[in-house]
Design a protein around this ligand. Sequence first.
Ligand code: AQP
Length: 337
Amino acid sequence: MAHDRPRALSGIQPTAGSFHLGNYLGAIRQYVALQETHDAFYMVVDLHAITVPQDPRELRANTRVAAAQLLAAGLDPDRCTLFVQSHVPEHAQLGWVMNCLTGFGEASRMTQFKDKSAKQGADRTTVGLFTYPVLQVADILLYQADQVPVGEDQRQHIELTRDLAERFNSRYGHAFTVPSAHIVKETGKIYDLQDPSIKMSKSASTPKGIISLLDEPKVSAKKIKSAVTDLDTVIRFDEENKPGVSNLLTIYATLTGTSIADLERKYEGKGYGALKTDLAEVMVDWVTPFRSRTQEYLDDPETLDNILAKGAEKARTVAAETLALAYDKVGLLPAKH
Ligand code: AQP
């Protein structure tokens, strides 16, 4: 369990043909930063994706598209371990052990499950969706992760991970590092461009409310230009009273590395139109090279698959060691070889 650098782990679902701006600013940017300081493991969580219906062909294609986007965003396979969750069977195996440690009531309190199952209705909601957070617990604990870079919506799941790690350690003896959520306050929740009271999200946003990173740049520019603001014209960061403008300022500041205070000064006395026009341009300048880098990886699936194969091999060595320790602690009889 001793390793030189602290460990980081996170996962992202291949459930759409493109990541959205919330995924990038809330999570992926942090993945890229942490690969410099941490022994970092990042995965495309295809097992999580099938908790809701997926077209098999699309899922397979989207898994590659997800990996290509992570590389295009700046993940470097020489600096981090990038892999596909289902290539490492230990996730499902430790997931079962964790299911047997989780209270039914405890799992029932997960708000993301409550929201999604309420929308889908009980008959269409799978048991897999219910135990999704528990599989996520296994994902994290397998790598003895210290930090888990995620968006604000994942905070409760990381709390569950901490609770289960502590429960396992106290019941069976120390096996797992108790991880912390790494959530960047400013970008932990990027809001829908049409309804800044909800997070930008694949399942809840309308097409106009969400920036898909692989969309035509001019489509993204148009969405920024028609983002909902308010009746006032003052450009000021005030999340409570001016959520739409504040969201645009957060996006602008993060993509350009400018402070919000500088942006407020720059746009003093100018209307929302000027802010939106400039941010639309910033967006176009960001997504254009991102799209072409993603396409380059997709045009060479062999190289992409090799990166993922190497990643899975590295991940398995760590995951297998942790799983063996956990199985032993629980009292499972080892198979004779
Ligand atoms: N709006 C957001 N702001 C900041 N971070 C966000 N994340 C998602 N939306 C925002 C973070 O992105 C990472 C990957 O999440 P995921 O693979 O679970 O994607 P997701 O949650 O499926 O994305 P959506 O759009 O939110 O999907 P639905 O609508 O299906 O739930 C996570 O770290 C997440 O916090």
